[in-house]
Ligand binder design. Structure first.
Ligand code: C2E
Ligand code: MG
Ligand code: MG
Length: 454
């Protein structure tokens, strides 16, 4: 019964083109996929077996096209298709579902563990960079998985549920797979609404900037503010960035949000300068997509000029990107920012996969040690060693280190013993609205005891 697609697969391997094939990748097209899944459903029903539908989406593909051009984007899709075909044996089936989405059918496994193993292996296929025209593209993928018959007994349901699981995989930070589960509906309904409403958020004044103090651990003096965005949604209430930044990145709307945040922060800082408040630094988070923007530096310069601000107050926090090609552009942007007087911090240090390489490539001013380290440093020997090593490494390299996620006085004492004196965390203050933060800097320092008792 499976002859139909096996024949096509053979042709695909020979890169012949048939009417059922996608011209670019030579994989089969959606029409063929629909026929195929019908056959799988019939066969599974007849034999009482299961199969998985995996919807695979390339993370941030739009930005590869935007940054490197469609030519490279197309070549990447061909390479991805080849990698999938090489991995998937004759029992499995794949098609190009849409621009950067592939559908995969994995039949007749007997346990969830086996489906999990295949899913994990598919996501891992992307851990090796794609080499295209001298570019080394580090690309990740997210995948949603639904299983026949539990998650649906025909294409419509299986596809709908795999798509929901895919959205969830993206929401959890991309570069992962997610199996569908039944109470996902409410979460996805929320995401669907958020995605739709995002464009209105700025216009309707629903975005807010909260500020969290970065503190001198010896003196409790506030050294800086980190601007952290929130969305006051009319239906869902206060939505944290973890729930909408990835949606904004996917839709490209993050650029508008970033510009809005920068302007908001500059407006606030200008007011502080005029009010004679403490001349602290101000950090803004930038997504990797923003850092690759061609006009990044010119835009920031324009905004600072408009608000008549000296660039030295600003720190830009970047996280490791899902795409670390195009490093020349990123390095050039970082250098221009620094030449202009803006400091650059690497955020969430230690959570990505090749952080040490970044220390070498980018001349960073600040490292922000991810909160997981201090959380576990006092109880876990490995975390303790890593924390100490990173603090020493930063010191040797002449890079400032800020420890994130400080929640207890024991953690402060631990850091002070290591001669590490800058940090932020709930012990000092959660991110708070502007007026509350202004109270903190009017007092010039935060007192951990009082804040804990409050
Ligand atoms: P981040 O830049 O690493 O920000 C620190 C996050 O840790 C904040 O979460 C903060 O509330 C939380 N945090 C601070 N101290 C503690 C602590 O002691 N314990 C614990 N458990 N958490 C602590 P938040 O505000 O939810 O932001 C999450 C992430 O969203 C940020 O991580 C940042 O990557 C991103 N983000 C926030 N605002 C923006 C923005 O304007 N643009 C972009 N591109 N990303 C943003
Ligand atoms: Mg940050
Ligand atoms: Mg962080």
């Amino acid at each position: 019964m499976n002859l139909l697609w096996k024949d096509l697969l053979k042709k695909t391997r020979k890169t012949e083109c048939t009417s059922n094939q996608d011209e670019l990748t030579k994989l089969s097209d959606i029409a063929f996929f629909k026929k195929q899944i019908k056959i799988f459903c019939e066969e599974a029903k007849e034999k009482g077996k299961s199969f998985a539908l995996m919807m695979l989406d390339i993370d941030g593909f739009k930005y590869i096209n935007d940054a490197l051009g469609y030519h490279i984007g197309d070549r990447l899709l061909v390479e991805i298709a080849q990698r999938l075909i090489t991995f998937l044996d004759d029992t499995k089936y794949t098609c190009r579902y849409s621009a950067d989405q592939f559908a995969i059918l994995v039949p007749w496994l007997s346990t969830m563990e086996e489906y999990e193993r295949v899913s994990k292996n598919i996501v891992s296929l992307f851990s090796v960079p794609f080499k295209i025209d001298g570019h080394e593209l580090y690309v990740t993928t997210s995948m949603g998985v639904s299983i026949y018959p539990e998650d649906g007994q025909e294409l419509d349901f299986l596809k709908k549920h795999a798509d929901r699981a895919l959205l969830q995989a993206k929401a959890k930070g991309k570069n992962r797979y997610q199996f569908y589960y039944s109470n996902m509906n409410i979460q996805n309904y929320k995401q669907f609404q958020l995605r739709n409403d995002l464009r209105k958020a700025i216009k309707e004044d629903q975005l807010k900037v909260f500020y969290q103090p970065v503190v001198n651990l010896k003196t409790d003096e506030v050294l800086a503010a980190e601007a952290l965005i929130r969305w006051e949604h009319p239906t869902w209430g206060m939505v944290p960035p973890a729930e909408f930044i990835f949606l904004a990145e996917d839709s490209g709307f993050i650029i508008d949000i970033g510009n809005w945040t920068l302007r908001k922060v500059c407006e606030t800082y200008q007011k502080w300068v005029n009010d004679g408040l403490a001349p602290i630094k101000m950090s803004i988070n930038y997504s990797s997509i923003q850092i690759q923007e061609k006009n990044l530096v010119a835009n920031i310069k324009d905004v600072l000029k408009e608000f008549q601000l000296n660039p030295h107050f600003l720190v830009i926090e970047i996280t490791e990107s899902f795409l670390m090609d195009n490093t020349d552009d990123i390095i050039a942007n970082i250098q221009s920012l620094q030449a202009f007087g803006i400091q650059v911090a690497l955020d969430d240090f230690g959570t990505g996969y090749s952080s040490l390489q970044y220390l070498n490539s980018f001349n960073l001013d600040i490292i922000k040690l991810d909160k997981t380290f201090i959380k576990n440093a006092l109880s876990d020997n490995t975390c303790d060693i890593i924390t100490k090593t990173v603090i020493n490494l930063a010191r040797e390299l002449g890079i400032k280190i800020v420890v994130e996620g400080i929640e207890t006085l024991e953690q402060v004492a631990y850091l002070q013993k290591l001669d590490c004196h800058i940090g932020q965390g709930f012990l000092y203050s959660k991110p708070v609205p502007l007026h509350e933060f202004e109270k903190l800097i009017t007092d010039k320092s935060v007192t951990p005891f009082q804040l804990v008792m409050a």
